[in-house]
Design a protein around this ligand. Structure first.
Ligand code: P6P
Length: 336
């Protein structure tokens, strides 16, 4: 068995060497994020013992009960990324506004938005959770980083990725040159390259949606979900259902096995539940880099211009054929 020896740091540096214009800043950032993910993974793994997976009794900016782990994961990333010297500003799901860093006055070139611990409500039942991030370039170096730098289309993303704290701790990212997957080797404490240039299967056999919302969906959406379950559909076979209820786990499976994941809007939440800036855009960027596609129904996620850093969005992501099928059904109406 060949022993994987390409660590995340070495891979990032090798990728940088292939781009002479690279300054090394992005490499440093991605390495910092990798360190933060390792730290958060350790917290999650020890949550059962240290009792930190309980609620804090406080609510975050979203009005959601916060877990101690949400706050701890947020603090780790704010500290690591805030002190990296390369991020002028940070946005976290756990914080109301934009967090300026010391580097904003030193010409930092990037801003980063993240969900420090998505799916944390699942931790008590040992369901995989994860961290999601997306990096944009500051658009005016003279002016320095501002909130406007977060309100860019996903096509402007410089790098994005996510981790999954599950049976293994994995880290998947793209800096615009393909999608690459790493697995934490606990014996050496390093992420090692386990999947280079990942591609989402053009056609899968799994659909993933919370059918508890059935009665709140449009008839059109109900018909689409019914057709996925019927072998009389255009693919000629019935899809099987898988839904974890943790975005990084459902997305990671869709990236590796194909099929379609949907968290659509409904009559009660036409604007959807998932966050555009630090959930939908980074995962849509990864999907696009892996030859998949993500939309809110009629519009590709990467073409949507955020109006607010905590804006929500319907999110449908899948392989080439499932995305085409969905687009043909919903090109003229929002999936809400
Ligand atoms: P629902 C977890 O709470 C989360 O934010 C995502 O990780 C997950 O995909 C989604 O919510 C699940 O939402 O409405 O199916 O419970």
């Amino acid at each position: 068995m060949s022993i994987p020896t390409e660590t995340l740091s070495r891979f990032i540096l090798r990728s940088e060497a292939e781009h002479p214009e690279a300054t090394g800043e992005l490499s440093d950032l991605l390495t910092s994020i990798g360190v933060g993910v390792k730290m958060i993974g350790h917290l999650v793994a020890s949550a059962g013992f240290s009792g930190v997976h309980g609620y804090t009794g406080r609510k975050n900016v979203q009005g959601e009960q916060t877990h101690q782990l949400d706050e701890d994961a947020d603090e780790i990333l704010v500290d690591l990324l805030g002190s990296s010297g390369h991020f002028g500003s940070l946005v976290s799901e756990e914080r109301d506004g934009v967090l300026e860093t010391e580097a904003v006055r030193n010409g930092a070139k990037y801003v980063v938005a993240f969900d420090p611990l998505d799916g944390s409500s699942n931790i008590g039942s040992n369901i995989p959770v994860g961290t999601i991030f997306t990096i944009f370039r500051v658009r005016d170096d003279e002016r320095g980083a501002t909130q406007e730098d977060f309100l860019q289309q996903g096509r402007e993303v410089v790098a994005a990725g996510y981790s999954v704290y599950g049976a293994k701790t994995s880290f998947v990212y793209s800096a615009g040159n393909g999608v690459h997957g790493f697995t934490l080797d606990r014996t050496i404490g390093e992420f090692v390259l386990t999947e280079e240039s990942m591609k989402m299967p053009k056609r899968g056999s799994i659909y993933s949606v919370n059918e508890g919302y059935w009665e709140k969906w449009s008839e059109k959406l109900q018909a689409f979900i019914s057709s996925l379950r019927s072998q009389a559909n255009r693919m000629g076979y019935a899809y099987t259902g898988r839904y974890v209820g943790s975005l990084v786990a459902d997305f990671d499976r869709t990236l590796r096995k194909g099929g379609i994941f949907l968290h659509p809007g409904n009559v009660e939440r036409p604007g959807g539940k998932l966050r555009l800036l630090y959930e939908c855009i980074p995962l849509a960027f990864i999907a696009q880099q892996a030859d998949g596609c993500a939309s809110d129904g009629p519009t590709e996620i990467l073409d949507i211009l955020p109006n607010d850093i905590h804006e929500r969005c319907p999110f449908i992501v899948g392989g080439e054929e499932e995305s085409q099928w969905f687009r043909e059904e919903f090109s003229d109406c929002p999936c809400r």
